[in-house]
Design a protein around this ligand. Structure first.
Ligand SMILES: Nc1ncnc2c1ncn2[C@@H]1O[C@H](COP(=O)(O)OP(=O)(O)OP(=O)(O)O)[C@@H](O)[C@H]1O
Ligand SMILES: [Mg+2]
Length: 335
């Protein structure tokens, strides 16, 4: 495995100003990197900030603090021309294939639009040939080119979205929940297509999802997010075999196991309480209000992001060597 870091996200923060002095902390100091050629999975429940990270990496949102480096260049300091070129390297597949395709454009127009903006082909025939080629690469065919998005199923629409993302020959793709709006029966097909394209084209993926079971199959490494924070990050196998953070343990315990005997006997960790608001997140560790292991210190101090074992990172006071008395308390104050 090539270990060249193609993307580096350092202490990234993205806050949204909600007016009247209130601030929504969508992403609150997240660090990770993505190696060239790998698939990095980003997981966490709805609203934890996954899409916001994707959009901030793409430069669609200004950052609040921290850095994003792509190919060692700071994406928030690119000149207009550099930004234009940057989009040839990095593209995004959007969460909702129903909303992300313009209903008034034909499939051909949808896929050729980025090529036109970037002036890739002087010759219309060449451009059309490329559209046909892309349609075939994603498992559709040239007869689909003159049809409109509403004439397609969800899985087919997502294939059109993938073809459009590939139109500029990028080497990095942010796939933002590319399968969560699809029927379970077609999810695996789309995942397989992405895997095939990755091998064929040497693509690097940042794969966003809230379903840990699907992410395991596709990812080399996985980062787990909770309420704007990264809580754990390690190789996919290691995360499943040895989850350290109580939140990761709870997420994993929710995945059904196909063997009915094991499924019957195993313990499921049910998280109590509501997901807090990112406008007024809990003090200290943001997970403490729902954490079965929460200790006194968890409300007072934010846990540091540290490496426990090789390439296994976690932010949790349970692994703080300097703490002596690690006794869980039953009820922590909510704020
Ligand atoms: N443009 C925006 N303006 C204000 N708040 C926003 C904006 N975009 C996202 N948020 C808020 O930021 C938080 C994180 O949202 P985000 O869309 O990144 O979550 P997510 O992890 O992608 O969730 P999902 O799994 O539902 O897609 C949420 O509380 C959301 O309401
Ligand atoms: Mg999202």
């Amino acid at each position: 495995m090539n270990e060249e870091k193609i993307l580096q996200v350092n202490e990234l923060k993205k806050y949204f100003n909600m007016g009247k002095g209130s601030v929504l902390q969508a992403v609150d100091g997240v660090s990770f990197h993505v190696n060239k050629g790998e698939t990095f999975g980003l997981v966490g429940e709805s609203g934890c900030g996954k899409s916001t990270i994707g959009r901030t990496i793409m430069g669609l949102y200004e950052k609040t603090d921290g850095d994003v480096l792509f190919d060692s260049k700071n994406v928030h300091e690119l000149s207009e021309k550099e930004r234009f070129n940057f989009y040839r390297s990095m593209q995004m597949i959007f969460q909702d294939p129903y909303a992300s395709l313009n209903p008034r454009s034909t499939v051909r127009e949808v896929i050729s639009e980025p090529m036109e903006v970037h002036g890739l082909y002087k010759n219309k025939h060449e451009q059309l040939d490329r559209v046909y080629q892309l349609l075939e690469e994603v498992g559709l065919n040239r007869d689909h080119a003159n049809r409109y998005p509403h004439e397609f199923s969800g899985g087919q629409r997502q294939r059109i979205g993938i073809a459009r993302a590939l139109a500029l020959n990028p080497n990095f793709i942010i796939a933002d929940e590319p399968i969560s709006a699809l029927d379970v029966s077609v999810q695996a097909q789309v995942v397989n297509l992405l895997k095939e394209l990755q091998v064929e084209k040497g693509l690097t993926f940042l794969f966003i999802a809230h379903d840990l079971s699907m992410v395991k199959q596709i990812s080399d490494r996985i980062g787990v997010m909770y309420l704007g924070n990264m809580v754990e990050l390690t190789a996919s196998e290691e995360l499943y075999d040895n989850p350290l953070h109580p939140y990761t343990q709870a997420l994993l315990s929710a995945i059904p196991i196909p063997d009915p005997d094991i499924e019957e006997s195993r313990e499921r960790i049910i998280l109590e309480g509501e997901l807090p608001s990112p406008i007024n997140p809990p003090s200290g560790c943001v997970f403490r209000t729902r954490c079965p292991m929460a200790m006194e210190v968890c409300s007072m101090k934010k846990p540091v992001w540290q490496e426990i074992g090789q390439n296994h990172y976690v932010a949790c006071h349970l692994y703080d060597e300097t703490l002596e008395n690690k006794k869980p308390v039953k009820q922590l104050s909510k704020v």
